[in-house]
Design a protein around this ligand. Structure first.
Ligand code: URA
Length: 209
């Protein structure tokens, strides 16, 4: 699928294996989620535009490159996406951070937004959406719809584990959006959890179960 990137760096793969282990406790789980976000962020920022500058070194003038003022916003989906924020901010410390919260309506099964606090100039920023798990893809589609309605033109979605179903759902509705993940798992159970996955990412990050 065009625009879907399954990242296969050995460090990333190793850390995802540790993350999946049911014996990994919240402290290590949090650290791993942050490290994985950083490694994925390295790939997801690969196409940031550069501009040439001159820098005076102690020995002369270097023709060198800096990021060409492309403004980034990081948007974690509450609550598990919060675990990925610091990994991205280590790479891009000047990025603004917005928050989006959605829940699934028990009747319609559709995602409903309950919280949104985004940078005022979100429509002029490239947005990296953070969520560890892409299950059905319904939340992802709602998030992209939401951001596009707010005028955002460039959106990248970052996940740790996805399903084929979720990737296809998102890709069919938003083929223009780039999606990054570290693994694609085989299935979803009746509660829409990814199997084998890693369990409930929010509970494991925050130790709530
Ligand atoms: N959210 C999670 O935290 N885990 C899943 O397996 C699916 C969605």
């Amino acid at each position: 699928m065009e625009n879907v990137f399954v990242l296969d760096h050995p460090l990333l793969q190793h850390k995802i294996s540790l993350l999946r282990d049911k014996n990994t406790g919240p402290k290590e789980f949090r650290e791993l989620v942050e490290e994985i976000a950083l490694l994925e962020g390295y790939e997801a920022t690969r196409d940031l535009p550069l501009k040439q500058v001159q820098v005076e070194t102690p020995l002369g003038v270097a023709d060198t490159n800096v990021i060409a003022g492309s403004k980034l916003a990081v948007v974690p989906i509450l609550r598990a996406g919060l675990g990925m924020v610091d990994g991205i901010l280590k790479l891009v410390p000047a990025a603004k951070v917005g928050h989006l919260g959605l829940y699934r309506d028990p009747q319609t099964k559709e995602p409903v937004e309950y919280y949104a606090k985004l940078p005022v100039d979100i429509d002029r920023r490239e947005v990296l959406v953070l969520d560890p798990m892409l299950a059905t893809g319904n939340t992802a589609c709602a998030v992209v719809d939401n951001l596009k309605k707010r005028g955002v033109k460039k959106i990248k979605m970052m996940y740790i584990i996805a399903t084929q179903e979720g990737l296809e759902n998102l890709h069919n509705q938003h083929p223009d959006i780039k999606v990054y993940c570290g693994a694609v798992d085989r299935t979803l159970n009746e509660d829409a959890y990814i199997v084998p996955g890693l369990g409930d990412a929010g509970d494991r990050i925050f130790g709530t179960k």
